[in-house]
Design a protein around this ligand. Structure first.
Ligand code: HAM
Length: 428
């Protein structure tokens, strides 16, 4: 057993795993840019207040899962690692006066988040989210645009069978009467509520209809539904989102029990699930509208909507569907030599190739040429550059390991020859 291991709930992503991650991170960046989102990077930690006010003090994320940083004695501030990026991005929106920029301000960020959760598959203490936020547009068209963007992300990532669950959770005008009706309903059945749900009844009754506890199934089926309580403005907003999704051909399922775990949401709420897995499995991603959040953080009232897509869960889902993981890039050329001791010559040639933009490995061991060649083949290199007696005349042997051909090339023309051959023989 090693003395030290990665902290519980965290993982090392080893070189063989990184290419899939790199592809998804690049796709997130490309796709967000295609939809007009600009990159922002906010700190990994903020004043705990930003999360407590933004996400809500009585949410699990803040009450149970916030990674609080022990303050140093001379500092009175309370800091916490970010459990999600939205609150921090809205803090930045207010701080940098983005309300004076052309609206909507469309921002994206992909990076690590931290939640002191009970670790299990798909639930980590450090995980990565692809996040987009559109601030300053009250919708409903942009709601549909964002949902379609998230849906497309899964498709282009190679994951089929993703389902969109959609709901409206109302706003300040209509949610109170729904909460009152819900509270009345569950109070009437308090004797049969499991302990956790009984506790939630007073803290955050909206979570009850979404409970995964089998003891709640029958009770929840008969519970009041938010859709019966929406005010005219919220109902019209939901109808608008649906009309735009329909026009885009995005298939979604209305799910009246969908509430989301963060307090800042108003109206549109949505989640992405692997089809048939909702209920048992955690969401692949989720988001919604947060029209009151910026005001909570000290800004002018400004509407906003966004989503967070968990890349860890996406990678797991891709692995489950049997998608081969992405290959690590192989060197284009490996420089080998007949004289095992001429490490200087091999390193010099490889350095020149790297300077010309070619991925090259020099054989720096002092083994026989045959062994060096075997290693070059094992590497999956396209070319072996062989330094031999011809070097006296300024030439090297360039062997195309794929075509099994070779030619003598002047050292000065080596890089160009490799680059030209690379163009005429594209390889993946
Ligand atoms: P969230 O639903 O809390 O929303 O998280 C979004 C996604 O992050 C989840 O659907 C899941 O894929 C991933 N995730 C959350 N917790 C974990 C964990 N412990 N381990 C692995 N993956 C996890 C938000 O965070 C909102 N900020 C989304 C949003 C953006 N709403 C508006 N704008």
């Amino acid at each position: 057993m090693p003395t030290y291991r990665a902290p519980r709930g965290t993982r090392d992503l080893l070189p063989a795993e990184r290419p899939t991650w790199a592809r998804l991170e690049a796709l997130a960046r490309d796709l967000a840019a295609r939809y007009g989102y600009r990159e922002i990077t906010t700190p990994l930690f903020e004043l705990a207040d930003v999360f407590e006010r933004g996400i809500g003090e009585v949410t699990d994320v803040v009450q149970k899962e916030l990674f609080r940083l022990a303050p140093r004695t001379e500092e009175s501030e309370r800091w916490a690692l970010r459990p999600e990026p939205t609150a921090g991005i809205m803090r930045a929106y207010v701080q940098h006066g983005m309300q004076t920029w052309p609206q909507p301000v469309k921002l994206t960020q992909t990076g690590p988040m931290f939640r002191y959760d009970r670790p299990q598959a798909g639930r980590y203490r450090q995980f990565v989210q692809f996040d987009v936020e559109a601030v300053g547009d009250a919708g409903p068209a942009i709601d549909a645009e964002i949902i379609e963007l998230g849906f497309r992300f899964y498709r282009e990532a190679g994951l089929d069978g993703v389902e969109v669950l959609l709901n409206s959770i109302g706003d300040g005008a209509c949610r109170p009467s729904f909460i009152a009706a819900l509270t009345d309903y569950y109070r009437g059945h308090v004797d049969v509520l499991p302990p956790l749900e009984r506790e939630r009844l007073d803290r955050n009754v909206l979570r009850l209809p979404d409970s995964k506890d089998p003891a709640m199934t029958a009770l929840n089926a008969a519970a009041p539904r938010i859709t019966e309580y929406l005010c005219d403005a919220c109902a019209a907003h939901l109808a608008g989102v649906r009309a735009h999704l329909d026009a885009l051909g995005v298939v979604y399922r209305l799910e009246p029990s969908l509430v989301r775990g963060l307090d800042y949401y108003t109206r549109t709420a949505f989640e992405f699930y692997k089809t048939g897995r909702e209920g048992q499995q955690q969401a692949l991603g989720g988001g919604g509208r947060y029209d009151g959040l910026i005001e909570l953080l000290g800004g002018r009232p400004t509407p906003g909507i966004g989503f967070g897509i968990g890349l860890d869960r996406l990678v797991l889902a891709l692995a489950e569907t049997g998608g081969a993981s992405d290959a690590e890039p192989a060197p284009v050329a490996v420089v080998v030599g007949a004289d095992p001791d001429d490490t200087v010559g091999r390193l010099r040639v490889a350095t020149d190739l790297r300077g010309a933009g070619i991925a090259a490995r020099a054989e720096l061991g002092r083994r026989k040429l045959g062994k060096q060649m075997e290693a070059a083949v094992r590497d999956g290199a396209h070319f072996a550059v062989i330094l031999g007696d011809e070097l006296a005349d300024g030439n090297v042997t360039l062997r195309d390991l794929r075509a099994a051909t070779q030619e003598l090339v002047p050292v000065g023309e080596l890089a160009d020859t490799i680059l030209r051959a690379g163009e005429s023989q594209p390889h993946g």
